[in-house]
Design a binder for this molecule. Structure first.
Ligand code: SAM
Length: 280
């Protein structure tokens, strides 16, 4: 069944607050699954199955699909869309509040897996960063996101789009936009165009960081006040005296006037490693 038929048949009104913009075109759904690299033997985690149209295509391509949906009002429609596919498990709950380790062990067999989702746009960064920081064996992530968010994930240092999300994604993954999707492909159409971004997770982070928690703390401190100098941002973020921090910044070969948003991934890693040693 197409999304519009499911909506009508089950009397479902899309819930704007939950980011419910449903995909309608079966060819588009198949293309998403293929370009996200889903293969026959894969275990797939889907966030926000909605009416289950993408879920059904995922189930036809993968070994097992576990989908997490917040909206219980969609239960009947989802059940009907996935009926007869015994490799699908639907869980109801707020994905952002779930313990990902338990979800992985109890529902994905504790095995490596892939993620595919047409994400609810109000909570994209939280979901993406939560998955990337989970430490779980994720092979690839394929997300439908706002085009502008896909561009942020791929942004280069010093550009307006470069931020904590760019660094978080690029630290672990090779990112590529595999499809651009016009707003008219959704029901109802959102206010912005979208893109499918594929993140291939590297076997180890792309830069060497001695303390990952500290690295992300540095990144967050930098982008919390992105127009301030690196020195001011770190002093505010860490509550440390500027003379100690100036020494670290200069030891990295940077001027204390540099803004953190100008630093590349490897420069942020170098700074974190020097900070770690001098804070110890
Ligand atoms: N996958 C469907 C499709 O492609 O047509 C629906 C995608 S729609 C953009 C996003 C879905 O995420 C909605 O079904 C919404 O109810 C669900 N959702 C929103 N917030 C969520 C959350 N915190 N946890 C799990 N699902 C959520």
């Amino acid at each position: 069944m197409r999304a519009q038929d499911v909506l009508r048949a089950y009397g479902v009104e899309p819930n704007k607050g939950l980011g419910q913009n449903f995909l309608t075109d079966p060819n588009l759904l198949t293309a998403i699954v293929e370009r996200c690299g889903v293969e026959v033997g894969d275990r797939v985690l889907e966030i926000g199955p909605g009416l289950g149209t993408l879920t059904a295509v995922l189930a036809d391509h993968a070994k097992r699909v576990v989908s997490v949906e917040i909206d219980r009002a969609l239960k009947e429609a989802l059940g009907a869309m996935t009926a007869g596919r015994n490799n699908v498990e639907i869980l109801f709950g707020d994905f952002t509040k779930m313990d990902l380790d338990t979800l992985w062990r109890e529902h994905l067999g504790g095995e490596p897996f892939k993620v595919v989702a047409n994400l609810p746009y109000y909570v994209t960064s939280t979901i993406v960063m939560g998955l990337l920081e989970s430490g779980l064996p994720i092979r690839t992530l394929g997300f439908m996101v706002q085009q502008e968010v896909a561009e942020r994930m791929m942004a280069a240092p010093g550009t307006k789009a470069y931020g904590a999300l760019s660094v978080g994604v690029q630290y672990r993954c090779e990112a590529s936009i595999v499809m651009r999707v016009p707003r008219g492909a959704f029901l109802p159409p959102p206010k912005v165009d979208s893109a499918v971004i594929r993140l291939d997770v590297a076997s180890s982070p792309r830069v060497a960081v001695e303390d990952e928690k500290l690295f992300f703390k540095v990144v967050k401190a930098i982008f919390a006040v992105r127009r301030k100098t690196l020195l001011n941002a770190l002093s505010l973020g860490f509550g440390l005296p500027k003379d100690k921090l100036s020494y670290c910044i200069e030891s990295c070969g940077f001027s204390t006037n540099v803004r953190g948003e100008q630093l590349s991934l490897s420069e942020m890693a170098r700074l974190t490693n020097i900070l770690r040693n001098s804070l110890a």
